[in-house]
Design a protein around this ligand. Structure first.
Ligand code: PXL
Length: 271
């Protein structure tokens, strides 16, 4: 038998979103697209409610079951790269933080999903605080969107200079690299992401593809960064590749019956 190269592997700890437009479905599609063998531990199940303004029905997975899934995945494969997506509750955050500390990780990519439409607003503050104190310090890379950047930094972001200032503040909370995403919400002709590595700012920009949000962009960006890091890329190169994948995926988006179109992970192959 000829010897074939073993693919890089990565784990994702995230929620299910059954339309395929967010969460672990997006993460595993993105890993696969980037040639990375994906493993997944489920934290929660989100079911949009088409009868009620597409609000999110949210069911957390028992923290013990989350820990068991991570135990199984990390026992089955040697893995040093993990992406963390939606956690959603304080007990989930505590379980994931505890499970992560059982081994050494080279790359911990945190997409700091704070709250989901339809969850109780009061829960946002507790989840925000728990993420900040328990998971953010374990992250090597954190990828907040505009809202999450404001929430984590306390900085109101209206300009690119604000985005940079906020990214620096988030860096003080522990993660090595901060990728603060301007998205369509930040005024200007370009979709700008700022990478802060503790010493310098690197700017990633592409012309905006329309002015409408496209579902799955945040999950895809963080998952693509994760996949590239698992393959050995530097953080700067991983973010550059991820930005390219997201931009192509938005250009090749699928229209849906939901208010937002959804990104196509294989758009990069078609552009
Ligand atoms: O896009 C953030 C996100 C992440 N994970 C899950 C989600 C959502 C948004 O709906 O449902 C499971």
């Amino acid at each position: 038998m000829t010897e074939t190269k073993r693919p890089a592997v990565a784990l994702v700890i995230a929620g299910s979103e059954s339309t395929g437009g967010a969460g672990i479905q997006v993460d595993l599609k993105t890993f696969h697209q980037q040639g990375v063998y994906g493993m997944g531990s489920l934290t929660c199940i989100v079911s949009f409610d088409p009868q009620n303004n597409w609000n999110h029905r949210f069911v957390p997975v028992d923290p013990t079951v989350i820990k068991e899934q991570i135990e199984a995945a990390t026992a089955c494969h040697d893995v040093d790269t993990v992406k963390i997506g939606m956690l959603g509750t304080v007990p989930t955050i505590e379980a994931v933080a505890e499970a992560l500390q059982k081994q050494n990780w080279k790359n911990v990519v945190l997409d700091p999903v704070l709250i989901c439409k339809g969850q109780e607003a009061g829960a946002a503050y507790d989840v925000d605080q728990a993420l900040k104190t328990k998971v953010l310090p374990l992250a090597t890379v954190v990828t907040p969107n505009l809202f999450e950047t404001e929430a984590l930094s306390g900085v109101k972001v209206e300009t690119e200079a604000d985005l940079i200032a906020a990214a620096k503040k988030i860096g003080e909370l522990g993660p090595k690299y901060v990728v603060a995403k301007g998205g369509v919400e930040l005024p200007g002709a370009e979709a700008v992401d700022i990478l802060w590595d503790g010493e310098k700012v690197t700017r990633f920009a592409r012309p905006k593809v329309g002015e409408e949000r496209v579902g799955g962009a945040g999950c895809t960006l963080a998952a693509a960064i994760t996949a590239e890091l698992a393959k050995g890329a530097s953080v700067v190169d991983a973010v550059e590749t991820a930005k390219e994948i997201v931009t192509a995926g938005i250009q090749r988006r699928l229209e849906t019956h939901h208010p937002h179109a959804t990104l196509w992970q294989q758009g990069i192959l078609e552009s």
